[in-house]
Unconditional design. Structure first.
Lengths: 592, 592
């Protein structure tokens, strides 16, 4: 059996041992052992850092012997005297001291781990996920998890100080699929019926506003049964908030204060407010994206007018079609983009749906892909329109405007990454406002809601809800950070009749409405203050703040792309009895 | 359409309007309207309280008219001047003022609610739950929900200050049923496999200790698919914590600090620490309960020795049987307990499994149910043994000791309630320590774990794990408040071999162990610090602190006894397509 810690009580965390002459008791994991014959050094680690333990010829013999048997990852508790170290390490807070050990307890012996617990690791992620509890011992993950805790802590402090109440909403709720698939939970007591895990607490937070709770916040677990992309998790956490007696700007102002606070407190980074605002239309026109990364230029410019007289069929036909010709100027891009590299860009553009890209590559002199169609002065006119100089690369797309924008938006990002012009330590927040209310569903040839069905249209659009859906804008907005959508928000419809009208515009039948949202629709009959809110992705925020590469690096026990947890082999089969009790049976052919 | 709040911005909450002469903007729900012809008073309510609005002959005529159309629960926003009120209400913080309204917006009109929104209500709970969003407007519920928020806030503050990290653990985990039934979630990606909702984050928090996170806290949602008793919810929240490099006392000390802090900060109540401690054995012997309410006496006393010579067959045979005779002295109980009332107690005792109750009712003079068996002086001896005086009622039970204790424990509570001797504003916390390690499963004639299988036995009991299971005590403890179990805690086994031995003692096969806990058992191979923790029921704590009658009164959107949510009619049926995608089918006959 291992030693007990009886009689010892920890006085310090490892990373806090600095005071020479003090008697301390510390506990932790063995980071490494250096046995130099007459002297043994053990580096002991806990979540605060490391401290060096010293055993030498003056150490009690039994202790020395025990020390010599210690191996990496053993758990120790030691008592000892803090002494000045001979060879100091200025990089460590505890680098000037070591502990001369007078009592050593080996509380737990470790078998050799399947991989070394080091900050940097080349071990493949699958193995690390299988032994997640060991992976979580690594310093970068500990730092991330601690930082995520700090972010959540500051989040709560900020919103609580601003009058928000944290109210827990149910995890087992009614299935009202929208957007994504619900995870379902069969009911034992009500055979044939199911609960659903919340995709968000949307309905409940609106009910809380109807109930007069005025300002609500919750760090809420949300669930979506989607086919996972690299940066999704089936369960994730949302900083979910809702406010009454406010309009869009009030909510945005409140969230700006939060962003400022959390970046300052957790990272020491100043975020100036108010944050810049761009309408959805402007974002699309300038960046070809509803979540533009504004840390670099290469903005999209409309050169339709400039090129309208050039006798180049690609431009001509696009313009005649009512489409447009637009360009980005990849500043200093000429060197990096050889002919071959440009071909790759063109392939990429074709992959997005564009017919191709025209270009002007200005290394020594402007080299234009459509030179033979140019009249005197045309080249200069185009270069002048997009402010191109020697060293630049101008990429031009002529097509349906929607295609042009999405193509150049994507190409813009690729070029910026290749030229490495995106400053890493810059945090460009941006509000995208006046989001479109409807999206066109090409498959079904119909307009569908771009947001949940309680989203308020902008007042001035109420008159053409039916007649011109493409131009109806919503009182909805996104918060974007460095090209990532962090958060969505909107004002909600509180008017019972307008809500009915919206449901109709979305083609929902009375039965559908009643079955899905009946109780919520009814709730609005009893009056509600104007209200709106947002949901801010905590995982994504933490990922960006931790400079992590994936959500898995800021989630203690993440799932992988196929929604399984490798460590516990979850999901797993359950015995037939359990299913019988639930009144369900498996019909699908099982995996294995 | 309703008015808009354009141009107005709330300056004050209703309950904060006190400064005479100030121009304020408030918003809220109409509590009531008093129309006195030339003068209209509207009481406006938000979550902070109420304030009176005044409309009189000097009010703008259009505003006055609009005011006269206002009805209960309409949502208003008003601008106005704070004036001194003529007839003051000293009970209200805002009772000295009223707002002379200069701008009135009716933001939302309310239909007549299905019940009146009043603090006191006699409306049946089912109707209130159907319209939960209206029920939640009532002041007592708002107070509870706000207090629950405060409790959670102080909880986090306390534990964060003490070095705890809040780490989110998965909600979709592997099914490892123990104690209660799991709620299951079919996996779409892995047909035939299931996730489970956590009954607690037990496994994950132990893994976090193995991973070196040292101190973990989480306000964690937990789920149990049990047949609900009045005071259970299928989902509930646990203040879940785990600490490394500690022993039981360290954890208890930490939690005592928390209790002291939360009662002081939220209620202004001083809880002296250290909290009293009772071993499980002592609690059973003195109170006949492992969660004794110590706010009153009536303690159980062993009078076996005192009555051993009395020639009363009930006592005699019990004593010969190795059983015992025990009594409680219901102080001043004689008056309340007539013969008929005592008969009811006896019936109750029989319901618990006792053969009956003997008694001495000492109104004017001692009236003993077994008088005819008494020799001279016997009565005095018994009365003296239990300190009975005139006015008291002594209840005696002779039976198997286990039955005697549970019977008198239950009767003790009934009598205290009837005599109304339980002080309402007293908070008697109590640690129950040295819990039994095994429980005897009468149905299967076998010893089963009383706690989860990672619970540490007390060191001194290791030697007779197999030979004397009845006497093995666990390093496990409960926190009891006024007769309610608030929390359970234990130290965990960190020794791989001891853990194997425990599994064997519990009759688990290697396959079972591997299937259920394989990864956790393996994790301990790589060393773990000594650790233990607790789970404190937040809902129950909030219920007691709010002096609420049920968990439903401290839960925003509770479920009822059959695990359904009345408001949303959840759980509900889902379409067959959804089930097909999940690869399951309903086999049970549906309810309706």
């Amino acid at each position: 059996m291992a030693d007990s810690m009886k009689g010892l009580k920890r006085t310090h965390y490892c990373g806090d041992v600095t005071e020479i002459g003090k008697e301390v008791v510390v506990g932790g994991f063995v980071e490494r052992v250096r046995d130099k014959g007459g002297v043994i050094f053990i580096v002991l680690r806990d979540r605060t850092g490391v401290v060096q333990l010293l055993f030498n010829e003056t150490t009690d013999k039994a202790i020395f012997e025990k020390a010599s048997s210690c191996r990496s990852e053993d758990v120790l508790m030691v008592k000892g005297e803090v002494r000045e170290r001979e060879s100091k390490n200025d990089k460590l807070k505890t680098g000037h001291v070591e502990i001369f050990v007078t009592d050593l307890r080996v509380l737990s012996k470790a078998e050799t781990p399947p991989f070394e617990i080091t900050a940097e690791t080349k071990v493949n992620e699958e193995l690390r996920l299988k032994y997640r509890y060991l992976d979580l011992r690594r310093e970068p993950l500990q730092r991330n998890i601690i930082m995520r805790h700090e972010i959540a802590k500051v989040t709560r402090e900020y919103f609580y100080e601003n009058g928000f109440l944290e109210i827990e909403t149910p995890m087992m709720m009614k299935s009202t699929p929208e957007g994504a698939r619900d995870y379902l939970i069969p009911s034992r007591v009500h055979p044939g019926k199911f609960y659903a895990l919340p995709q968000s607490p949307q309905i409940y937070k609106q009910l809380l506003m109807i109930a007069g709770y005025d300002r609500y916040i919750q760090l809420a677990r949300c669930f979506r049964d989607e086919d996972l992309r690299a940066d999704r998790q089936p369960e994730f956490t949302q900083i979910d908030l809702e406010m009454s007696f406010v309009d869009a700007e009030d909510i945005q102002e409140c969230v700006e204060g939060f962003i400022q606070r959390v970046f300052k407190e957790v990272m020491g980074v100043d975020v100036p407010t108010p944050l810049p605002r761009l309408t959805f239309a402007d974002a699309m026109n300038r960046y070809g994206s509803d979540k533009p990364d504004t840390r670099f230029g290469f903005e999209i410019q409309d050169i339709t007018d400039t090129v309208k007289d050039i006798d180049f069929v690609v431009f001509k036909s696009a313009i005649e079609d009512g489409s447009s010709v637009r360009a980005i100027n990849v500043k200093n891009g000429a060197a990096a983009y050889t002919r071959k590299e440009i071909d790759k860009l063109v392939d990429h553009a074709k992959g997005i749906g564009a017919k191709g890209l025209a270009y002007i590559r200005w290394a020594d002199e402007p080299n234009c892909s459509f030179k033979k169609f140019l009249a005197d002065g045309d080249l200069e006119k185009i270069c002048s329109a997009v402010d191109a100089q020697q060293g630049d690369l101008v990429l031009i797309c002529a097509d349906k405007t929607k295609t042009v924008l999405s193509t150049l938006g994507a190409i813009r990002l690729i070029c910026a990454k290749k030229l490495d012009v995106i400053p890493e330590d810059q945090y460009n927040f941006l509000w995208i406002t006046e989001m479109p209310f409807f999206e066109y569903d090409e498959d079904n040839n119909t307009w569908v809601a771009a947001h949940h069905p309680f989203t308020m249209p902008m007042e001035e659009c109420l008159d053409y809800l039916d007649s011109d859906p493409a131009n109806v804008r919503a009182k909805a907005w996104d918060l974007v950070l460095n090209g990532t959508e962090l958060s969505s928000g909107s004002m909600r419809i509180t008017d019972f009749e307008l809500q009915q009208k919206m449901f109709e515009a979305l083609g929902m039948t009375d039965e559908e409405i009643q079955a899905k949202f009946g109780f919520l629709v009814d709730a609005y009959r009893y009056a509600a203050p104007p209200h709106g809110g947002m949901g801010i992705g905590l995982d994504r925020l933490a990922m960006i703040m931790c400079k992590a590469d994936s959500l898995r690096d800021v989630t203690a026990f993440p799932k992988v792309q196929n929604a399984s947890e490798i460590m516990s082999e979850c999901p797993s089969t359950v015995d037939k009895d359990s299913l019988d009790i639930l009144g369900i049976a498996v019909t699908a052919k099982e995996e294995e």
